[in-house]
Design a protein. Structure first.
Length: 373
């Protein structure tokens, strides 16, 4: 049966079809070839990350960039230095763009930990991710909220309604229950995990269960889903990089499903995003590890010698900005020794000492460049 499209974008699409989608809507040779390429790239990334002894080197670096790019899709912008400073400070009372980005990162890890504890997706998973992103106690949007999606506020037809998500008593709950069953039940809904992820992400955006933050919630889901199915060990895929670079195609792909039933175009977009960003993330991991090993070898040759130099170099690669407090709190050094070592690394041009808002930060120059490329 052909996919039933949205007949009137100005009226809530309460007849949004439930999952699964008929394979005839998207399954062909081009999709299968693209799927194979995406799976190979993701498997290569997974294999590379698994053998790294200290995965903390990736946890605080790649996921920060994923958070930055996913937030940029929603026009929430911050510089790398602002983001790294905010992460380094970890001050919960601060607000603004850097803090919004950090909330996305926190949601990514909250979702990861939720699934480790509960083994499957449920409505509470999506609510907790959303609440973390938006720093709110709100839940699924109420029936009286007249949510519409409008075209961007610039260019031709700016502000026109392009989609009105479903609304009504019990409708969102029914569609979310169906989505969650589709995601969890791999016996009833047999489909490759990457195809499932793409379909589920689109369905979540079309349901639009929350008043705001749906896009970021959906992008956290993407990575958490891949981890939950064993395709990644930790949530480090830089997936939002591709989406942000191709933002118009991302949104037109979503609208193409609702207005024309163009599931194939949407799935091809998401598969290419996985392939492209798996390769980018793989290259960044290799760059980080090469840089760390080279700097460690260089430090070991230093005539003044460092105590616990391997732990020290690992520490300066777990986040782009290091503070004396980080080394002291970790138990590695006393404050005087920590400051002396960081200043020595600055003199060796491994770190760049920065004075910001009355505090000293030590930026790992090579790590910063790798992440920003």
């Amino acid at each position: 049966m052909p996919y039933l499209i949205n007949p009137d974008r100005n009226v809530p699409w309460n007849d949004l079809p439930l999952l699964p989608i008929d394979k005839a809507e998207f399954y062909d040779t081009e999709v299968l070839e693209t799927l194979g390429e995406a799976k190979a790239a993701l498997a290569r990334l997974h294999g590379r990350s698994v053998i790294i002894p200290n995965q903390g080197l990736l946890v605080n670096t790649i996921s920060l960039q994923e958070a930055k790019m996913s937030s940029a899709i929603e026009n929430i912008f911050t510089t790398d230095d602002e983001l790294y400073k905010a992460y380094s400070d970890q001050r919960p009372e601060e607000d603004g763009a850097p803090k919004e980005v950090l909330r996305y990162r926190e949601a990514l890890w909250s979702g990861y930990n939720y699934l480790k504890a509960n083994d499957q997706f449920d409505l509470q998973y999506f609510i907790e991710v959303f609440q973390q992103i938006k720093r709110t106690s709100d839940i699924v949007r109420p029936v009286f909220t007249e949510t519409v999606i409008r075209r961007g506020r610039s260019g031709l037809n700016a502000g026109e309604v392009i989609y009105t998500p479903p609304r009504g008593e019990g409708i969102l709950e029914e569609k979310m229950e169906n989505l969650i069953e589709f995601v969890n039940d791999d016996e009833q809904f047999k489909l490759d995990y990457l195809l499932k992820m793409a379909i589920a992400h689109c369905q979540l955006e079309l349901i639009h269960p929350f008043r705001d933050g749906n896009g970021r919630t959906g992008r956290v889901f993407n990575i958490n889903y891949l981890v939950s199915k064993g395709l990644l060990d930790i949530p480090i895929l830089f997936l939002s990089r591709y989406i942000n670079d191709n933002k118009d195609d991302y949104y037109s792909g979503l609208m193409g499903v609702s207005q024309r039933g163009s599931w194939k175009a949407w799935i091809l977009f998401m598969l290419r995003a996985i392939e492209h960003t798996s390769n980018i993330t793989f290259d960044k991991i290799n760059g980080i590890m090469r840089s760390k090993d080279t700097i460690l070898a260089f430090v070991k040759k230093d005539s003044q010698n460092f105590k616990n130099e391997e732990d020290l170099i690992n520490m300066i690669f777990t986040q782009p900005f290091t503070k004396v407090k980080h080394l002291v709190d970790s138990g590695m050094y006393a404050e005087k020794t920590a400051r002396m070592y960081l200043n020595r690394l600055s003199d060796m041009r491994i770190l760049e000492k920065k004075h910001i808002d009355g505090h000293h930060y030590y930026q790992n120059i090579d790590l910063h460049n790798i992440l920003s490329a």
